[in-house]
Design a binder for this molecule. Structure first.
Ligand code: SF4
Ligand code: SF4
Length: 423
């Protein structure tokens, strides 16, 4: 027997109850952020691998019954390929969750530029319990003259009206601001606006998804629908607003690098080695599975909850990092080659992790979660997913040094600051 699921030795969640869900309610979106994996060819085209689907209230209620929901501590909706406000039943799903469980945290990440102010007011009434950790993070990368340069097709005025309605309803609002060269001078002003509007948190994020580097600064060509370069995104000039990924990497040589399809050009994968060039032209080569893992899906150093990720098509993954892989578009092979796909195949294929075909407990007890994944975390394990090594490396990972920002210490009322569990 290859995998013993009856007496698992490597159960991912230690057979404890799942207390958190990260949900992708849809893979649809009203915005067109050029670095988002929803788009390919530098933002020019929609990723052809996406099913363009969403989770309905009816499906959600049948997959997660009242008993399951009553034990949850948090659900947050974000996802890889879509914005929760583009799904029809998002508000109703939150209302269902609140009805089943008055004490859990309800959270969401959004561009904020769709839906009526009435809808936002109602959401604010549902997402208003700071004591349990409710929040809605609005991703607003600049002010009226700049936000749409990254959040293409969004409308700053509309976003601000929606935020106001949400806050008026009692909702707890957070602001995430991705910094580029064209909005770096607006960080302080945006923070003042956040304070005035009674956002609770203002967090600066430094994207690491650069396409190329010139003189140590990241560049990304934004393409329009015709595939022509429209304009160029550039890293901020202020070095304090740039991500520290490569600095930390240099200090931890032989540690892995997180690979997105856009970054794939800089890398190649063979015999578990990653080889790539830093912005300074330095060549680095390392074995990605030689780093220890602190899995963000499991209660422990990286999370206070045992958490699952629900894809827009109803599949259960441990996290969004693996939960995006089946639909990821690679310019060369058109799909991913991450080892998670092999694990899914060994588990019985995509239907074996789908809530449309199984109930949640059967999925959680299947081989992928009762043996394979946690086993693959072992040092030098040949089935180790590169996503695991590079998103959840203990001593180095790409997320902690740029993509996430410093949310834990970005509360406007500093008494609310909390230190990162990982640190
Ligand atoms: S708002 Fe989110 S889902 Fe939509 S395009 Fe931007 S990053 Fe992607
Ligand atoms: S990428 Fe791997 S290690 Fe990280 S949270 Fe997901 S399953 Fe865990």
């Amino acid at each position: 027997v290859l995998i013993n699921v009856k007496n698992p030795k490597h159960f991912l969640w230690n057979q404890e109850h799942i207390t958190g869900i990260h949900a992708e309610f849809t893979d649809k979106c009203n915005s067109g952020c050029p670095m988002c994996p929803r788009y390919i060819n530098n933002g020019a085209e929609l990723n052809p691998n996406l099913p363009k689907t969403e989770v309905s209230l009816e499906q959600f209620m049948s997959w997660f019954d009242e008993k399951f929901v009553s034990k949850l501590k948090r659900l947050y909706a974000c996802g890889n390929y879509g914005d929760p406000i583009a799904a029809r039943d998002t508000l109703e799903i939150y209302q269902y969750l609140r009805k089943c469980n008055p004490n859990m945290a309800l959270a969401m990440h959004t561009n904020g530029s769709a839906r009526s102010t009435d809808w936002w007011y109602e959401l604010g009434k549902t997402m208003n319990k700071s004591v349990y950790g409710d929040y809605c993070t609005f991703s607003i990368d600049g002010l009226e003259d700049t936000n749409h340069l990254y959040r293409r097709n969004t409308n700053f005025k509309k976003i601000m009206e929606n935020v106001s309605a949400f806050i008026d309803g009692g909702g707890i609002a957070h602001w995430d601001f991705i910094v580029f060269d064209y909005n770096e001078h607006q960080v302080e002003e945006a923070k003042k606006i956040a304070q005035k509007m009674k956002f609770e948190n203002f967090n600066v994020k430094r994207t690491t998804r650069w396409e190329s580097f010139e003189n140590g600064l990241g560049y990304y060509n934004v393409k329009n629908k015709d595939g022509k370069i429209d304009y160029v995104l550039k890293q901020p000039k202020n070095s304090n607003l740039r991500d520290e990924t490569y600095k930390v990497l240099r200090e931890n040589l032989l540690k892995p690098n997180y690979i997105t399809e856009q970054e794939f050009d800089q890398l190649y994968h063979g015999d578990q080695m990653f080889n790539y060039k830093t912005p300074d032209g330095e060549k680095v080569s390392f074995k990605h599975n030689s780093i220890e893992i602190a899995c963000r899906a499991v209660k422990g150093t990286a999370n206070s909850l045992n958490e699952i990720f629900l894809s827009a098509d109803g599949h259960v993954f441990p996290c969004c990092f693996l939960g995006g892989e089946p639909w990821r578009y690679d310019a060369y092979s058109k799909s991913t080659n991450d080892s998670i796909m092999k694990m899914i195949e060994l588990n019985g294929g995509m239907p074996s992790i789908s809530l449309k075909q199984n109930n949640i407990n059967d999925i959680l007890n299947s081989a992928i979660y009762s043996e394979m994944l946690a086993r693959s975390f072992g040092l030098d394990h040949p089935m180790r997913s590169r996503q695991c090594s590079t998103c959840c490396g203990k001593s180095w990972n790409k997320l902690d040094h740029g993509e996430i920002g410093n949310k834990n210490t970005s509360y406007i009322d500093k008494s609310k600051n909390s230190e990162s569990l990982r640190k």
